[in-house]
Design a protein around this ligand. Structure first.
Ligand code: TXA
Ligand code: MG
Length: 315
């Protein structure tokens, strides 16, 4: 069931049920993070392997100390600069957080989401919400309530409808160890924004070393093959006979067999991010044989866009 009743959502969560929640990044599949049996329902519903930990959503920065053994000055600076918002920070967990939430890892991933309905919901609850993206594992994340309904409608008790997500790609994940900030997943808050706030360079984790399974190579997969190209003009000339869906980031002429999806008319990276996942869903549903997408500028949120496209692509 889809609706906007925040108290209904709160009551269901209180009863240990699953509720899909809107955030500014993507929709989340939420349960009481302090109740291991409620959390286990998330893993089942998503068909998510139990080694892949969940992000814990809290109402505000004051809540952090309830769930961690240490809130370092650097982590606090990041929280104060970017919360509510699309930054998830790993911190050493305390015993209040069930091991199932962190998949047995020593850190818990925390963030304050920036969506009025979900902030209202969190303020009604006396527990935080564990919530991965509200999709079946390894499929494209949902950025509106209808997509959640399509994939998880049968298993979730309620879908809190907060409209279309503003950002459209998942949160950025960082770990803060001693005085080193490491970027584990590109997302809504860019590396440049974090570096500007801290005045230091942020390192990116070496590709092979997977500590967050969001970094698994195959992820965000469309049902159809998706090919990532460097030059769309050139690709469109090459693919004229096959029926193909084309993700366009600026206005380019297409031919009869090419089904165009204009994510932005002028290469606006925020706009592209905002439309990315829903367009991937739409392209999956049309009558093309495969999907073409162009690599975008590797700067700002463009890094997150390229990351998601690369993980969805055939290599
Ligand atoms: O924007 C977002 O982050 C959305 C919304 C709902 O908040 N959530 C989201 O969750 O994208 P999910 O589960 O799809 O991706 C979370 C990523 C996973 O790759 C997971 O492995 C990593 O965060 N992660 C969570 N807890 C972790 C931990 N304790 N240590 C290392 N990685 C962790
Ligand atoms: Mg996900």
């Amino acid at each position: 069931m889809i609706g906007t009743d925040v108290s209904k959502a709160a009551n269901l969560l209180l009863a240990g049920e699953l509720v899909a929640i809107p955030t500014e990044t993507v929709y989340g599949l939420a349960a009481n993070a302090l109740d291991a049996s409620a959390v286990s329902k998330i893993y089942n519903a998503k068909q998510r392997p139990s080694f892949n930990p969940l992000i814990v959503h809290i109402a505000n920065t004051d809540e952090v100390l309830k769930y961690v053994t240490e809130f370092s000055p650097l982590a606090r600076q990041l929280a104060e600069a970017f919360w509510p918002g699309s930054l998830t920070i790993l911190m050493p967990k305390n015993d209040a957080v069930p091991d199932l939430v962190t998949a047995g890892l020593p850190n818990v991933a925390l963030r304050v989401p920036k969506h009025p309905l979900t902030l209202q919901l969190l303020s009604l609850l006396n527990f935080p919400l564990a919530a991965p993206s509200a999709n079946i594992s390894n499929t494209v994340s949902p950025t509106n309530a209808r997509r959640v309904d399509q994939s998880l409608g049968d298993t979730v008790s309620y879908i809190l409808d907060g409209g279309k997500c503003d950002v459209g790609v998942e949160s950025t994940i960082v770990s803060v160890i001693e005085n080193q900030v490491t970027l584990l997943r590109e997302g809504g808050i860019s590396k440049e924004q974090i570096e500007a706030e801290l005045g230091v360079n942020v390192c990116t984790q070496a590709d092979e070393k997977i500590t967050a399974p969001g970094q698994l190579k195959k992820h965000y997969a469309t049902q159809k093959p998706l090919f990532l190209v460097d030059d769309m003009q050139d690709a469109l000339l090459r693919y004229q006979t096959e029926k193909v869906s084309v993700l366009l980031f600026n206005k380019i002429e297409t031919t009869e067999n090419q089904i165009p999806y204009l994510l932005s008319s002028d290469y606006n990276l925020s706009e592209i991010a905002n439309n990315l996942f829903e367009t991937m869903h739409l392209a999956d549903e049309d009558n093309s044989e495969f999907i073409l997408a162009e690599r975008c500028k590797n700067e700002g949120i463009g890094r997150a866009i390229n990351d998601r496209l690369l993980r969805a692509s055939v290599r």
